[in-house]
Design a protein around this ligand. Structure first.
Ligand SMILES: Cc1cc2nc3c(=O)[nH]c(=O)nc-3n(C[C@H](O)[C@H](O)[C@H](O)COP(=O)(O)OP(=O)(O)OC[C@H]3O[C@@H](n4cnc5c(N)ncnc54)[C@H](O)[C@@H]3O)c2cc1C
Length: 453
């Protein structure tokens, strides 16, 4: 089946970038989005939620020439600033090369740029306030409600890309059919966004070149800088039990909790009680599917196919990588959708599962393992091995964040071998001087094959 026109549900990051890429291949694109155009919503509606952009996302934006438009919105973060419970801080670089940094970018700003480019792309039509209600598999149609006038109509899935996010209505319409075999696993922890405004002269009140973490064992607070001098914070807590959102029921409880666990930052959050008590509670889930496509009719893409928890800062980066992969396959196969979708799934599904696992691992690392003094030593040793053996040993974090050419699955597999090696060679050491470096280098050479240049 070949079709010159493609329908997409969802004008988020993945749906919009995919639409731009496919329209440039010459297809006719229609994108249906349930909400109003974020470029014309009032500023209050779009709070400054920010995301970490890394190599895979940047690579995708470069491919369509959007990187230059995004550049002024990026705030570089070179590493993690750890704020310990006793008030001390330490800075751990993410990578050892100058360019190895990640970038804080506001979700709203990025989406606005993508939509602006989509608007300027021939053959691409954006339809806002068009809400997909259900997918009808026998008829291969999506039922859409026009939120402007309440009318209903149908569009054909010939083909349809479901880029409608973690709670995808298209994916859920297939529940019980075994087509996708989607499983949504809810994390027992949820999140709320808080904010630190810029100082009186517009200055940052914390170091602006870091992602700040207050690791507290079973929970944590993080902060990412915004271009205007302010920070967006995210508080991650379990929903019930000790030190949970369930306990933060009034101002006294919020103040007590922050004084006990985050006293150094509480004073920088002027609307602390209001934000903790009234900001919406966000849930976090992992979506895993057995399949992502229904022959040549429907393809799940982005969070709809594989939502992951945000602790590796990779959900959007993975979604953008999906767009690149799909575009490369279309380059090869054109509009032969059954084969395009099958190849996309074959190439990308195992990678999505791998980063889903690594994102869950990283939650333990961010809130807990970073507090272990051996964590810094293992990091130092991993940089030393990378310096000595750049073809054999690249720290797992660097493979995920800075090496778009290394598939997530390979990063996960090599990361497991490397982690065992780092633990082995730091077990009896308290500093790099005490590590058997020649032994560690020999072990790396024998256990890890050379990466392709
Ligand atoms: C707290 C938090 C922090 C995060 N931090 C990072 C980070 O630092 N780095 C990173 O890479 N990723 C991060 N992520 C993940 C990232 O936000 C997502 O992976 C990414 O936004 C997925 O893009 P998407 O286009 O697939 O889905 P979405 O951005 O969810 O877009 C889906 C679109 O579909 C529309 N839609 C939904 N249902 C319908 C319907 N029925 N009809 C029509 N339209 C519909 C929605 O309105 C939306 O516009 C974070 C996520 C969370 C929750």
């Amino acid at each position: 089946m070949k079709s010159d026109s493609v329908n997409i549900i969802g004008a988020g990051q993945c749906g919009t970038l995919t639409a731009i890429m496919l329209a440039r291949h010459g297809f006719e694109l229609n994108v249906y989005e349930r909400f109003t155009d974020p470029r014309i919503r009032d500023a209050e509606a779009g709070r400054s939620i920010n995301l970490a952009l890394a190599a895979r996302g940047l690579n995708a934006l470069q491919q369509v020439g959007i990187d230059a438009l995004i550049q002024p919105m990026l705030v570089p973060m070179r590493g993690r600033m750890l704020h310990q419970a006793d008030g001390t801080t330490s800075f751990l670089r993410y990578g050892q090369q100058e360019h190895e940094q990640i970038y804080s970018v506001t979700r709203l700003g990025l989406n606005q740029v993508l939509l602006g480019v989509a608007d300027d792309t021939p053959n691409l039509h954006l339809h806002f306030q068009q809400n997909a209600i259900a997918y009808d598999a026998p008829d291969r149609t999506v039922h859409i409600r026009n939120e402007l006038d309440g009318s209903m109509y149908q569009i054909a899935a010939e083909p349809l890309l479901a880029a409608d996010g973690a709670g995808s209505i298209i994916r859920r319409s297939f529940d019980g059919t075994g087509t996708f075999g989607g499983i949504e696993s809810l994390l027992a922890h949820a999140y709320k966004e808080l904010s630190i405004p810029a100082g009186p002269s517009g200055e940052y009140q914390l170091a602006s070149d870091a992602l700040h973490i207050w690791p507290r064992g079973g929970f944590m607070l993080i902060a990412l800088p915004n271009p205007g001098g302010d920070f967006t914070l995210t508080l991650f807590l379990s929903t019930a039990g000790n030190n949970s959102f369930g306990q933060l029921v009034d101002e006294a409880a919020v103040m007590r909790f922050f004084e006990e666990h985050f006293s150094d930052v509480a004073a920088l959050i002027p609307r602390l009680c209001d934000e903790v008590l009234h900001h919406p509670l966000g849930i976090l889930s992992t979506v895993r599917c057995r399949h992502w496509h229904d022959h040549g009719n429907v393809l799940l893409i982005g969070d709809a196919a594989h939502a992951i928890v945000p602790f590796h800062g990779q959900g959007m980066n993975l979604a953008f990588e999906d767009c690149v992969r799909l575009s490369e396959i279309v380059d090869d196969l054109g509009g032969d959708w059954p084969n395009v979708f099958a190849r996309f799934e074959a190439e990308q599904l195992a990678n999505a599962n791998a980063i889903a696992d690594m994102a869950l691992d990283n939650y333990i690392e961010m809130r807990d393992t970073v507090r272990d003094p051996k964590f810094a030593l293992r990091k130092t040793l991993s940089f030393e091995l990378e310096r000595r053996l750049p073809q054999h040993f690249i720290p797992r974090y660097s493979m995920v964040m800075f090496h778009a050419e290394i598939p997530y699955l390979l990063a996960q597999q090599r990361g497991e071998i490397q982690n065992a090696l780092l633990e082995e060679f730091t077990r009896d050491a308290n500093s790099l001087a005490e590590v058997d470096l020649p032994g560690a280098a020999d072990a790396a050479l024998s256990r890890l094959s050379a990466l392709k240049p």
